[in-house]
Ligand binder design. Structure first.
Ligand SMILES: Cc1cc2nc3c(=O)[nH]c(=O)nc-3n(C[C@H](O)[C@H](O)[C@H](O)COP(=O)(O)OP(=O)(O)OC[C@H]3O[C@@H](n4cnc5c(N)ncnc54)[C@H](O)[C@@H]3O)c2cc1C
Length: 451
């Protein structure tokens, strides 16, 4: 039922009697979740209860109220959905390295199942938590369609090199999900409802970056957004996806980032739809190949979060142009306040600040201009990551680290014609955007029209 390559046992401890804990972390959903399904399978095989734990880390680099609110409002729904399945759901606030082991001891757990993330914070948490447990610990890739470690065993060079590897395994892994079963009632006692208000009070976060109202958090909301995209926008995706005025994109990235929807479920729904084949193919290229390539980059490159991770050719060319004169230089504060000389860049930054999402085509332009207008590439990288992660609902994601590394460091790209500041890193300019879409209309839509 669950492909064995999707699961890794991270130690060789003996299975004990006691509940199976699913530590829900990256994949915050009840349906279409291979990690939860595997935990259920373990619990049924051993006739032991299944319980779900969410460890709320009360502060996280760059995560603000906007992100926490989107996450917690979904977790409230997860609690209710699990209740209807008679699966106990607990929240512990604090550091996973102390909370997880004490929770496992308190509940006399027999095994722990975790979902997979390639990011360092998660790898460090897991190492610290699992080192303290004397029960079997499993990791399940519930985020990628082809598990990250199966798709490739090495750092891939580009979409061209990973594409055949992923496509070659899709028949095996792109399968329909079974439904989670309701747990037998004599198996478990449901815990007291979670006190969400109290949890909000415990957060030590930036509350100035406010929640947004254009997108509703949660699995059900994500499903509605997917259906709306398939019905109204998917057909024209191939032609219109690069036009920020057209609203042709899916808006699924916040849900994907928080694991509120499964990429595998989306891919199956896209395949089933009657939209034009070209649009379906282009969309699946982004959702499957580009997204899973980003996980590959972060998993196999420990320097994914800095310029140290980029290719030698890119380092060399950026170094050669390190001292080139910059026509404009801005501080982080000037970038953050969207007060550069460029109305298009400012409009994109304002969209990010207000909406918590920037159109994908503009994201490339936006990051490349940061390279052009900062004193050195390292400052550019840090600035782009900081702004992306602080304001974007889908920030702090492998896609974000990889997107910035692509824009500023040529990752997954090739050398282009040499020019000042950029060297051989691909360049983008305002006139290129004018050729692609109605720039004035976009600027106007952000309420700051000027030329
Ligand atoms: C500088 C920069 C920063 C970025 N930061 C992030 C980020 O923090 N989080 C994030 O999820 N994406 C990021 N991206 C990738 C991409 O821009 C977004 O995934 C996309 O804009 C999300 O909107 P959507 O879901 O409406 O996209 P759609 O066009 O509808 O795409 C559907 C899905 O495909 C995937 N996808 C699309 N484009 C890419 C891409 N270039 N690389 C990898 N996967 C892709 C995403 O999962 C996306 O949700 C960044 C790109 C750049 C250039």
């Amino acid at each position: 039922m669950i492909h064995p390559e999707r699961i890794r046992c991270l130690n060789s401890k003996q299975r004990l009697d006691g509940p199976v804990i699913y530590w829900m972390s990256r994949d915050q959903r009840v349906r279409h979740n291979w990690a939860l399904l595997f935990a259920e399978q373990l619990s049924l095989d051993s006739n032991q209860p299944l319980i779900v734990l969410f460890n709320l880390v009360t502060s996280y680099p760059q995560a603000a109220l906007r992100h926490y609110d989107f996450m917690l409002k979904n977790m409230m729904q997860v609690e209710k959905k699990l209740q209807t399945l008679n699966i106990p759901f607990f929240v512990r606030a604090g550091n996973p390295e102390s909370e997880l082991p004490s929770f496992a001891a308190e509940h006399k757990a027999g095994a722990v199942v975790a979902d997979f993330s390639p990011l360092k914070t998660s790898l460090v948490w897991k190492k610290k938590v699992f080192g303290q447990l004397s029960i079997p610990v499993y990791e399940v890739d519930a985020h990628n369609i082809v598990p990250c470690w199966t798709a490739s065993r090495k750092l891939e060079f580009s979409a061209r090199t990973i594409r055949p590897k992923i496509n070659g395994r899709l028949e095996t892994f792109l399968t329909v999900f079974p439904e989670l079963q309701r747990q037998q009632s004599d198996n478990t006692t449901l815990p007291y409802p979670v006190n969400w208000e109290k949890l909000y009070e415990k957060l030590h976060i930036n509350r100035a970056v406010k929640p947004v109202s254009w997108i509703d958090p949660g699995e059900d909301a994500a499903q509605k957004v997917l259906e709306d995209f398939i019905e109204h926008r998917l057909n024209d995706y191939a032609e219109k996806r690069n036009d920020p005025n057209a609203h042709a994109v899916s808006d699924l990235s916040p849900y994907l980032h928080f694991g509120q929807i499964s990429a595998q479920h989306i891919a199956l729904e896209i395949q089933k739809s009657r939209a034009r084949k070209e649009s379906k193919d282009v969309f699946l290229e982004e959702l499957v190949i580009r997204r899973e390539l980003a996980d590959n980059y972060c998993y196999y490159n420990e320097h994914y979060d800095s310029l140290s991770g980029i290719h030698p050719w890119a380092k060399e060319t950026l170094n050669q142009h390190r001292t080139d004169k910059r026509d404009y230089l801005y501080t982080l504060d000037e970038f953050e306040r969207a007060s550069t000389h460029d109305p298009l860049w400012n409009a994109a930054q304002k969209e990010l600040g207000k909406k918590g999402k920037m159109h994908g085509y503009l994201r490339m332009y936006w990051a490349k201009k940061i390279l052009e207008w900062t004193p050195d590439p390292e400052t550019a990288f840090e600035t782009a990551i900081y702004l992306n992660d602080t304001y974007s609902l889908d920030g702090r994601d492998p896609n974000g680290f990889t997107g910035v590394a692509w824009s500023i460091g040529g990752v997954h790209d090739r050398p282009w014609f040499e020019r000042p500041v950029f060297g051989k890193i691909r360049y983008m300019n305002y006139n290129g955007c004018v050729r692609k879409f109605n720039v004035a209309q976009y600027i106007n839509s952000q309420g700051i029209f000027s030329t």
